[in-house]
Design a protein around this ligand. Sequence first.
Ligand code: NDP
Length: 335
Amino acid sequence: MASVPKTMGGILIEQTGGSEVLQWKDDIAVPELKEGQLLVKNEWVGVNYIDTYFRSGLYKAPLPFVTGGEAGGVVAAVHDSVSGLKVGDKVGYLSQTRGAYAQYTAVAEEKVIILPEGVTTKTAAASLLQGLTALTLIKEAHYVKPTDWVFVTAAAGGVGTILCEMISSIGAKIIGTAGTPEKMEQAKKNGANYVISSRESPEKIIEEVKRITGGHGADAVFDGIGKATFDMDLEIAARKATVCTYGNASGAVPPVDVMRLAGSKNLKLMRPTLFAYLSDAEDFRKYSSELVDMLKRGIVKLENTSDYKLEDAKAAHDDLESRKTTGKLLLQVPQ
Ligand code: NDP
């Protein structure tokens, strides 16, 4: 393997704002390794909605910074303290400290998986963050049972696609939303039993869910839209349901009066984050091997990905935020 250079190319955010702040630079310092870290030469980087929150300033990071929370690549160097990984290993990783939109990233060894035969660096970048999100939502936030009615927003999107694939494999019934006829068709292919247009009014969506479920409502609501749909979620939920609001695609949900959960339904309200479910190394190992197993068994298919060059990260963010995309967006890293 070639020796590690001192500088690298990547997308450096010098000030937060719109997608125009995603500028390619070819003289970013390659990160120095700290205890417990290894350096990965990235091949494919996964784009996630959270990358837009750090870019816009909704989530804070010290400037300047490289965004991006997952990638697949090859280990280029390891700190002396790291024993389980070696230079040349093909890996996928999550990075809570970001840094993935670049040629090299320093990552914590406990958030790295060595890729088994048949799982490529592209597959890892396409599946890790959204796949583990979907998996922890259906196992931890609300344990989905075959008898459940489950409501999934953006059912043709990144997390939504994998949620539908996993929930349909359990046998639970899915009511999804999607924004165009093409995306509605895709949501059905992903496993949604019923799909409602997300462009309909909240009143109409509530009415449709009640009609489809014979008045019961949804036993679990998985909502990544946030502010725009939160009030609707509480109406859609069945008695004793879990409302799980897990993202901010339309903005963050404002503070909630807990008395809204009382009344006739006794709802559970969750606002989970993936990294809090995976902060224990044992949980990361358990869920990542379960996800790899689902990839091998074809439950998670990754049939619907869009590739961009890393240099074109701006276009990927523009497309994601304009609600045009389905499935997973990936950035290919120049080697
Ligand atoms: P998606 O591919 O799902 O893209 C977002 C989709 O949301 C759009 O395509 C659109 O679908 C829908 N949408 C509805 N209203 C809006 C709006 N006002 N603005 C933008 N989009 C809207 O993105 P991801 O799969 O990357 O992420 C989905 C959600 O999951 C995000 O909120 C993200 O933050 C969250 N997430 C949370 C994690 C956690 O740890 N809590 C971890 C990972 C992701 P349509 O037009 O079809 O309705």
